[in-house]
Design a binder for this molecule. Structure first.
Ligand SMILES: *Cc1c(COP(=O)(O)O)cnc(C)c1O
Length: 385
């Protein structure tokens, strides 16, 4: 089985060399825009590509305002700050996620509260969230959602669109409204993914995108905060650029800000990559279709986009019938130079989050033991055949 899988993947990528999980693709105007940036000398915190990149993401996602920052982790930090997270607050999130989701809230003095993911989306389950809140929370006189056992305030619900598959945003939004919580989306992996007809990251009040080297488009390092209103967008821009009051030469700052501004050099790369996004999406969808076809009728379950959603299929994934089978698949494919990976170690098993509050995590545990990611770089399958 594993050897024929390797053969199949090699036939798609048409190479006998190492096949990575996800490599960046530069076949557009990247070099041109980078050269223009260097020649202009505006490589750093000033330059036209930053606002151009923001506008491209804004119009693609139909976000009210997009603010470019240095990476996805900074975007998450900014989004949680703008959502009003304070030290000692609890933030409801997934244990099945990349560590950056939890690091962002940890560094604000907040704590994660882990709720299970849904079988259908691999992202935060609205049903599990509602059930946990019913049992463990109440709304106080100030209208704040309070965790009964610890008396801590629950402020934010932070779902993550795992591998680009959108979570059930309407249902999570309903839970948030009922419990007076702020919905913030970790959309780091889901540029190009739509929930119903809305782009991921535009249902919550705020969201974070990442343009790290392994994501669907890359700026080397980079991120974007998607803001649900113009007002929030303007303040987000302000605090991520040292909270400077505009003036031709004087220094004046009106609050403690961050220096999270994306350099123009990275934004230039971003503009070229955004131009290629539709092509990447089409190629990744075709690749996902090929995998789905390949695994049809086998004991491996290929993870497909949830109902009413269009996924970017950032990372393709299969669910193995048991852990032994998963371990063997990981070992044999990697030995044959085709990179496959298990999902992240669950967050509540990491030393810094091992004492965090949590609900039952049955689906998360199941995915941790059975899921494998497959090579997912965009490739023109038709052309390569
Ligand atoms: C990539 C990623 C991030 C962080 O992005 P960086 O740009 O690497 O800081 C955050 N959350 C998730 C789920 C990610 O996959």
């Amino acid at each position: 089985m594993n050897h024929s899988l390797v053969k199949f993947i090699r036939s798609i990528y048409r190479t006998n060399d190492f096949i990575p999980l996800h490599a960046p693709t530069f076949r557009g105007n990247e070099k041109d825009y980078l050269m223009k940036t260097i020649c202009s000398t505006f490589v750093s915190s000033v330059g036209k590509y930053v606002s151009q990149f923001e506008q491209m993401v804004e119009s693609y996602t139909q976000s009210k305002k997009a603010v470019a920052v240095v990476n996805g982790s900074a975007a998450l930090h900014t989004a949680l700050f703008m959502a009003g997270v304070r030290p000692n607050d609890l933030v409801i999130t997934q244990s099945l996620t990349f560590v950056a989701t939890c690091n962002s809230l940890y560094h604000m003095g907040a704590e994660p509260l882990f709720i299970d993911v849904s079988n259908k989306t691999l992202g935060l389950s609205p049903v599990a969230t509602e059930n946990y809140l019913q049992e463990n929370a109440y709304i106080n006189e100030e209208g704040e959602c309070i965790h009964k056992n610890t008396n801590k305030r629950i402020k934010v619900v932070l779902p993550m669109h795992t591998f680009g598959h959108p979570v059930e945003l309407d249902e999570l939004n309903d839970v948030c409204k009922k419990w007076n919580l702020c919905l913030v989306e970790d959309a780091a992996e889901s540029l190009g993914s739509f929930y119903k007809s809305k782009h991921t990251g535009t249902v919550g009040k705020l969201a974070a995108l990442s343009f790290n080297g392994n994501k669907i488009i890359t700026t080397g390092g980079g991120g974007m905060v998607l803001c649900g209103s113009e007002v929030v967008g303007l303040r987000t821009k302000h605090i991520t650029t040292t909270a400077k009051i505009p003036h031709p030469y004087e220094f004046d700052h009106d609050e403690p800000g961050f220096n999270y501004r994306l350099p123009n050099l990275n934004a230039a790369l971003g503009c070229a990559q955004m131009e290629c996004l539709p092509e990447f999406l089409a190629q990744k969808r075709e690749l996902a279709n090929s995998y789905q076809e390949y695994f049809k009728g086998t004991e491996f379950k290929f993870v497909v986009e949830p109902e009413h959603c269009k996924s970017n299929y950032w990372l393709n994934a299969i669910i193995c019938p048991d852990k032994k089978c998963r371990d063997l698949l990981l070992k044999e494919t990697n030995e044959l130079n085709v990179m496959t990976r298990p999902v992240w170690k669950l967050m509540h098993k990491l030393p810094m989050f091992k004492n965090a509050l949590k609900g039952d995590l049955i689906v998360s545990e199941h995915m941790e033991a059975h899921l494998v990611n497959l090579p997912s770089s965009p490739i023109n399958i038709e052309f390569e055949k």
